[in-house]
Structures are given as C-alpha cells and as structure tokens.
Design a protein around this ligand. Structure first.
Ligand code: ZN
Length: 235
C-alpha cells in the first residue's frame, strides 16, 4: 500500500512493509522522497519521523539537484574518457573482427564494427571498465582486509546510479561501482575500507567514523573528492 504525505511542501511517498524500523530514501533521478514504514504504524508517527529528518531530507534533495552528471557519451572520437583518474582521448577504430578497448599513450581506442550502435559501443566500454576494476580489486581488498581485520565472503561489481559501494553484512558481500575505475585509485581504496568497516558497524555512526579514522586516516578528504566527482549520465 502506498500513501502520500506532504511536509514543508515536500511530497513524500509512504510505503508500508513488513519491517521493524522506518527509513527514508531519496530516489533518482529527481530526488523523490520515499518513507518505508512498518505495516501497523500510525500516520502521526510517520509524520513525526519525517519532521525529525526534514533538514536531512532537504539537504539530500538539494544534493540530488546539484549533482551534475556527465553529459551522455556518444562514443565518438575526440571524447574524453577516464581510467584511474587519468584522462584519455577516445579514438574509435573500425574492425569486423571483434570489439576491443585498449590504451596506447594518451589515447583510448575503442575498436568496434562500423555499423555498431551507440548502445553497443557503450556496452563494450562498460565491459572494459568492469575488467579493469575486477583486475584491481583483489590486491586492494587483500591489503585493506589485513588492515581492517575483516574480509567479505564475496564481492561483486555493478554499474550503480547513486552509490559507490554497498555492503550486505549478513551475506558478508560487498558491491563496488564499476565507475570507480574512472576515478583516482585512492577512491577505490576508500570505498573498500568503508564497506569493510560495515562488517563491524551497520550505520555511519561515531563508532563507524572512529574505525575509518583508525584504518584509513585520510578518508574524509578522499570522500569529499569522490563526492565532487561525477557519476555517469544514466537513464
Ligand atoms: Zn556506508
């Protein structure tokens, strides 16, 4: 069942579910607010909860609106594309043999069939980024698992719209955004440490922050850098 409430002129969707605690999410692409609540909770309690979080909601909505996304790529020669924070000029070359992506000097070559669609080019690039980050992750994970004292049972890579990483502490699984391959290497370090710390602490509370201080003292600086960098344009 879904209702709607309005607080401070902000419309909020209310979703009732079989859960214990209320939570609020700000959804892409336009910052819609959704409150998920336990089945039996009263409307007053929901309103109280939303009011108590109104400053946070406003801030998150503003972030959404301000976060500039990269313009949609067309995958044509001359575009800039990034790998580990370094900029490369895209050079599209045609081949009937197979798709390939490779770097030579300061150029990134995308080899595709001449009749390939923009979507197929995008997929070839995405798969290449996925390979790059999958090659990089094991060493970084091994290094920081030793420092943090926790290791996941499983890790996976995904192209995500709004998050750099997530952790499921119960399944002991972490997900990393393949777009991290475009950012400077310390961004991957930071996100990995962050997700490993979630194997100790669920929320971003004081305890979480003190673990971060201990295991990755520069985390606040890298976090800021990362949040200033753009996520890809995605539909
Ligand atoms: Zn987190």
């Amino acid at each position: 069942m879904e209702d709607q409430i309005v607080i401070s002129n902000i419309e909020m969707l209310v979703e009732r579910k079989d859960i214990k605690n209320m939570y609020i999410r700000i959804l892409p692409p336009d910052g819609k607010v959704k409150i998920t609540v336990p089945e039996a909770i009263s409307d007053d309690a929901i309103r109280m909860f939303a009011i108590s979080r109104i400053a946070w909601i406003k801030k998150q909505k503003a972030n959404f609106q301000n976060q500039s996304r990269q313009t949609k790529r067309q995958y044509i020669s001359g575009e800039s594309h990034f790998l580990w924070g370094k900029r490369y000029r895209l050079e599209v070359v045609y081949s009937g043999v197979r798709n390939d992506v490779f770097i030579k000097g300061d150029k990134l070559f995308l080899q595709v069939r001449k009749e390939s669609t923009q979507e197929q080019r995008e997929t070839a690039m995405e798969e290449w980024y996925r390979e790059q980050i999958k090659q990089a992750i094991p060493a970084v994970l091994e290094k920081y698992a030793k420092i943090v004292g926790k290791a996941p049972d499983d890790w996976r890579v995904k192209n995500m719209r709004t998050k750099w990483g997530t952790c499921n502490p119960i399944k002991r699984r972490i997900w990393l955004n393949l777009q991290l391959a475009k950012k400077t290497p310390e961004c991957l370090d930071y996100v990995i440490v962050h997700e490993l710390v979630h194997l100790y602490v669920k929320n971003h509370d004081d305890e979480f922050r003190s673990y971060m201080d201990q295991f990755y003292p520069n985390w606040q600086v890298v976090k800021k850098q990362l949040n200033e960098q753009m996520l890809d344009w995605m539909e």
